[in-house]
Write a protein that binds this ligand. Structure first.
Ligand code: G16
Length: 540
């Protein structure tokens, strides 16, 4: 039986950089998740009888919302849902399944790298038929609908069994529960030289992969240990837990510090990596060297042809604006297109669909390619492994040679988390007003060449996205970028991105190399004055 349930709108269901993210108690309010899911369906057209993919990262409240989503999909006329066993699908695996089985779209339940648990974060994101995050025109329509919604439709189908792989009928709709790993593992085998990587492990290569008790665990175990022959124990913390073991599943130098320390230690493995809550981010640490996501993008782009899936070369490279320009130098050398987009993987979708870019990356630990339409943590790790297996050099040697060829973009991001939202907005609006007066002036001994608020015109569909981050460019190619995060769930997170290019001085300490730029940023934007903080909460 299909029920139409009356509801009243919530005013705060505006999707951020990557879907709707809120604390679990917010999602647990009466009809909160239902309102948002119905708003998604109402913003779409033409899905009657079509397939919807549903899966999540296993965090607290995942199973409950999946049950609601399945029952609502049935009531709204979908012909079939494909659900990952146990409600599990990593974000890149969901993207792959949407594409492979030509689904209409998918609901991905995740708050990515944010913590999980009864009082932590939850999220819902809609992906379109190309497998990628819905573009702004759809997320705007979802938000508009959420403000006027008065009812939702749900089928009385009871609790469906998500734990058995198989196909059954529920509410007039087909439900297929699938192995979350199989299709994804096959895709990886089609892209990378598994024989070469197997031989690498046979030569005694040691690796530490930290799944952070998040969704990548089962994928890493199957691919690294079962298919590639890495010794048991290579993949660690592989059981996804609803609270990620009480930690932030954020693969950065703060939340994966234990891995960093191990990789810098005397008996370090050859290669260390980690991924986040929903499996789309990656952390790469070679023995004795942390590889920034921006550098990783550049190294992967320069060496991708060594993997079978990319042996024909790249069509182009895309990066988000705050990501360092290291990849730009690779694109220039390869003579291919380079695209600079706003923060948010959704902005890469059109470039990938149009065949203008093959590899994309972001400073926020995201790298991926045209194999899916999401960033992909394990994909990045496997491409690194493929390159290490072919070049037979260490990660440190590969990165050092890369800098010797292209120069080095010293890069760091300083985050001020849970800042008072009014103070953060005031900082940004005052800085925006000052922009026209900045060029030609000198701050902290540095001369400002240009300053603007980044605006992007999508070269494929012509859509324009304004106010995507304030850039202050200095003479000599250094720059600072300031923007507010679109993924936090408490207060505002102010991000300061700092970058300096050096052609030949390649072994400076990163924070020392950037210190004058950090001072300049504070002088220009009044970060300490506005936030009341004397230092960032996280430096990556
Ligand atoms: C999401 C987006 C990324 C973005 C990141 C940080 O990643 O998909 O494109 O770079 O958030 O965004 P912000 O700076 O606005 O917080 P994820 O892994 O959280 O889905």
């Amino acid at each position: 039986m299909i029920r139409t349930v009356e509801t009243t709108p919530y005013s705060d269901q505006k999707p951020g950089t990557s879907g709707l993210r809120k604390k679990v108690p917010v999602f647990q309010q009466a009809n909160y998740a239902e309102n948002f899911i119905q708003s998604v369906f109402d913003a779409l057209a033409g899905f009657s009888g079509q397939t919807l993919v549903i899966g999540g990262d296993g965090r607290y409240y995942n199973r409950e919302v999946i049950q609601k989503a399945v029952a609502m999909a049935a009531a709204n006329g979908f012909g079939k849902v494909i659900v990952g066993q146990g409600g599990i699908l990593s974000t890149p695996a969901a993207s792959n399944i949407i594409r492979k089985y030509k689904a209409f779209g998918g609901l991905i339940l995740s708050a990515s790298h944010n913590p999980g648990g009864p009082n932590e974060d939850f999220g819902i994101k809609y992906n379109i038929g190309n497998g990628g995050p819905a573009p702004e025109k759809i997320t705007d329509a979802i938000f508009a609908r959420s403000k006027t919604i008065s009812s939702y439709r749900i089928a009385d189908i009871g609790e469906v069994d998500l734990d058995q792989i198989g196909t059954f009928e529920a509410g007039g709709m087909t439900v297929e529960v699938v192995d979350p790993v199989k299709d994804y593992a096959e895709l990886m085998e089609s892209l990378f030289d598994f024989d070469a990587i197997r031989a690498l492990f046979r030569r005694g290569f040691r690796m530490a992969f930290d799944a952070m008790h998040a969704v990548t665990g089962p994928y890493a175990k199957e691919i690294l240990e079962n298919r590639l022959g890495a010794p048991a124990g290579t993949a660690r913390k592989c059981v996804p837990l609803p609270d990620f073991g009480g930690h932030h599943p954020d693969p950065n130098l703060v939340h994966a510090k234990h891995l960093y320390d191990e990789m810098m230690g005397a008996d370090a493995p050859d290669f260390g990596a980690a991924s986040d809550g929903d499996g789309d981010r990656n952390l790469i640490i070679g023995r004795g060297i942390f590889v920034t996501p921006s550098d990783s993008l550049a190294v992967l782009a320069a060496n991708a042809h060594l993997a079978p899936g990319y042996k024909g070369g790249l069509k182009g490279i895309a990066r988000s604006m705050p990501t360092s320009a290291a990849a730009d130098r690779v694109a220039e050398k390869l003579g291919i297109g380079m695209y600079e987009t706003p923060t948010g993987w959704k902005f890469f979708g059109n470039l990938l669909d149009a065949g203008m870019a093959t590899i994309c990356g972001e400073e926020s630990a995201g790298t991926g390619s045209d194999h899916v339409r999401e960033k992909d943590g394990l994909w990045a790790v496997l491409l690194w492994l493929n390159i290490l297996a072919v070049r037979k050099e260490s990660a440190k040697e590969i990165v050092t040679k890369h800098w010797q060829t292209f120069g080095r973009n010293y890069y760091s991001r300083h985050d001020y988390e849970e800042v008072d939202s009014d103070a953060a907005n005031r900082l940004v609006s005052q800085l925006r007003e000052r922009l026209p007066s900045l060029p030609g002036t000198e701050v902290a001994g540095l001369r400002i060449e240009n300053a603007d608020d980044f605006s992007y015109r999508d070269p494929v569909d012509g859509s324009v996205s304004k106010n995507q981050g304030i850039r202050v460019m200095f003479e000599g190619g250094s720059r600072v970028v300031i923007r507010l995060s679109g993924t936090g769930t408490a207060g505002a997170t102010l991000r300061l991105y700092v970058e300096r290019y050096e052609g030949s001085r390649l072994d400076l300490d990163t924070q020392e190399a950037l210190a004058d730029l950090v001072r300049a940023a504070d002088e220009i934007a009044g970060i300490r004055r506005h936030t009341g903080r004397d230092k960032p909460s996280v430096i990556t």
